[in-house]
Structure formats: structure tokens, C-alpha cells
Write a protein that binds this ligand. Sequence first.
Ligand code: NDP
Length: 400
Amino acid sequence: MANLLIIGAGGVGSVVAHKCAQAAKYEQAFSHITLASRTRAKCDAIAQSVKKRLDADLSTAQVDADNVPELCALLRDLKPDLVCNVALPYQDLHIMDACLECGVHYVDTANYEPLDTAKFEYKWQWAYGERFREAGLTALLGSGFDPGVTNVYAAWALKHQLDEVQVLDIIDCNAGDHGQPFATNFNPEINIREVTARGRYWERGEWVETDPLSWSMTYDFPDGIGPKKCYLMYHEELESLVRNLKGIRRARFWMTFSDNYLNHLKVLGNVGMTRIDPVKFQGQDIVPIQFLAKLLPDPASLGPLTKGKTCIGDVLRGVKGGKEKTVYIYNICDHEACYAEVGSQAISYTTGVPAMIGAKMVASGLWRKPGVWNMEQMDPDPFMEDLNRYGLPWQCVEVR
Ligand code: NDP
């Protein structure tokens, strides 16, 4: 049984806390759980909700995860076996540094990002491989849904369905509606940085760039969701998957957006509000996207408002026994059911459940191996079983 520290008490952190408390209560997966963040009051509110829903106790703490000495003092005090980092991508390297210094395993859901450039690259975190190996510590990168479950689906398909994967399309559909004029369903700054970046996909051994959201297709989603327009984007899991999937020739990532969301984004972009570089305003440096993020609804507040479903999955075309075969592996998640269970909408839920499962895999030793790893480099089977057990059941259908 592992002592767990969760860092970050936003929309995703709340789900991770609830699901870890479930795993501790029903499977004794964790002996003790502490939730720490910059604002302790948010941790306390989540701990109260966990108490009310599960009659389980969480400890809480305040920490600035950008301050490595402060973080190390907390790690030495709590002595966790494992940190689950669901703060923001800017904190990743600081938390990895503190984990190395204090001998603690590490799990996150988003690649490290410098504040002033949007890169979506693993190079900074992969550079920690040697140090984690030498320290005998495991760092598991990208244990959310996408990245995360989408990587595990690919590894599972390669293990059970296909001899090699040649074409991968990851398709992320949020068919939910929160009724707000404009809101993002996870951290606004990170979401808008991602969506406004140039598109990129992998084709025959090289990256091909596209203008932001300039390519689209219509995909007919299952379970009554129906046809939706999906836009090609770059997404970080493509970087590791094209390295690790045997035989891959083309890999793309698609996401649905409503016309309303895109119109707002276009106007905000046109007037400079999505810029990530500092601008002088009344003698002070302000970063427009950070100011915009302050004005937008907190994604954690969308839980009671959001109705509808998400459908995120992988379409994998490859070869089995010398014949061409295509499979579609996907999960359907209902916003209102998530809210009823843990008080959050489905985007936080679909990220928080796999973050808990990744932490559980490392805590149990099933996925513990020294070094820095992406999700598809681990045995997918126990993770896929836990997805079914912890609220993200999946389907695998052959596409003909
Ligand atoms: P939120 O903005 O809702 O929450 C972020 C939390 O991190 C807040 O509690 C914030 O504290 C805390 N935080 C920020 N800076 C620090 C710091 N220096 N020290 C300590 N705590 C800090 O974000 P979300 O919950 O929406 O997203 C969390 C993470 O999940 C992000 O990295 C996001 O990219 C990732 N994500 C991954 C997905 C996937 O499928 N892989 C999908 C969706 C999100 P405070 O409240 O004080 O600001």
C-alpha cells in the first residue's frame, strides 16, 4: 500500500482525489492520500466532498510546486512513495526534480511546457530518463485520457488485435453542452495554447505541418452522438506513439469543436487575446492569454451545467495474420453521470480516472520500472481492466 501525494486541486485534481479515495477504500490501493496545491482552500473543499461522498479522509497541504526547496520540504515531511502531478504543465520539471531529490516515483497527465513558447514536446522530460533510472525511480508521463488512455488503447491493439499498426487516427469528441457563451473544459490557458497551435501529423517518417484548424473531416460517432466535424490538431501523444508503435506510417489527432467555440476563438485571436508573450500594459507586463483565462469560467464550475456525452477513441488500421484489419477502440462518458458520481464534468473525469489508474499501476508495482516512460511502453492489460472497473468502460469493434 502506497502513500500518495496529489499535486493540483483544479478540475482534474478533484476527480483524481475522489477516484484515489475509492481505490483506497475498495482495494486498499493507497494507504494515505494528501492533496496539495497552491491554494489550500481548494484542497480542503475537495477533501470535504470526498468525506461526504465516500466517508474517506484526505489530508491537505499548501505548496508552490514551482519552488523546489518548498516541495522537497513537503516530500520529506509526508514521505510519499508517489506523486501524482495534476497541476499545470509548467510545474512538471520542478516536481520531477523534487521527486529525484527525495526518492519519490512520479506520474503526470501533460508534457512539460515552458511559459513563453507552446511546444508540446517530451524532450525535456525524456532527458530525465538516465537520472530516474539511476535513482531506481519510475516516471510515468501523460496518464490522462489523451495522452494516456489513447496510448494504452494503441498498445492493447498491438498486443491483442493487430500484428502491426500502420495508420492511427485518435478522435476526441466532446458532444456535451455547458450552455455558456464561451468556456474551455480544462484549464483555459493550456486548452487555448493547444488549440491555436499549428497542426501537425506523421506521414511516412516525417512530420507534416498544417495551419491551425485548417483541416477537417466528419466522423459518425457511436451511441447516438452521430456525425460531427473534427479538426486536425497536433497532440503530444503522437510524438511518443510514432516512436513506439511498430510499423506506423501515418498518425493523426482530431478533435470536435462547435462553430460557436471556433467563432469566439477566432475573434479572441484576431484581437490578440490569445497571445502567450508579455505585452506592456500601464507599465506592467501582462500575458494576454493569462488575463483571458482569469475572465473565463473555471472549468471546475462547469460540472453542474454540462449535459451530453464524450466519445474519445483510436481508429487503428494495420495487419493481422497477413490481412488488413481496422479496429475502433473508444469510451463513451456521460457528463451528468460524472457529476452525479464525483461532482465534475466528463473532461475532468476522463482525465482524472486514468491519472488515478496510472498512480495505482506504479503504486502496486505492476508498472514500476526505473526510468521515464510513456504509457504505451507498459503492459496495457491491467490498465484496460481498471478502466472498466473505475468508470471508463471501453468497446473494441472491427471496422469493415
Ligand atoms: P486547473 O486550472 O483547473 O487546475 C490546476 C491546479 O493546479 C489548480 O489547483 C492550481 O492552483 C494548481 N497549480 C497551478 N500552479 C501551481 C503551482 N505552482 N503549485 C501548486 N499548484 C499549482 O487545471 P485542470 O485541472 O483543468 O488541468 C490539470 C492538468 O491536467 C493540466 O496540466 C492539464 O493540461 C491536464 N489535462 C490533461 C488531459 C489529458 O487527457 N491528458 C486533459 C485535460 C487536462 P490554483 O487553484 O491556486 O491556481
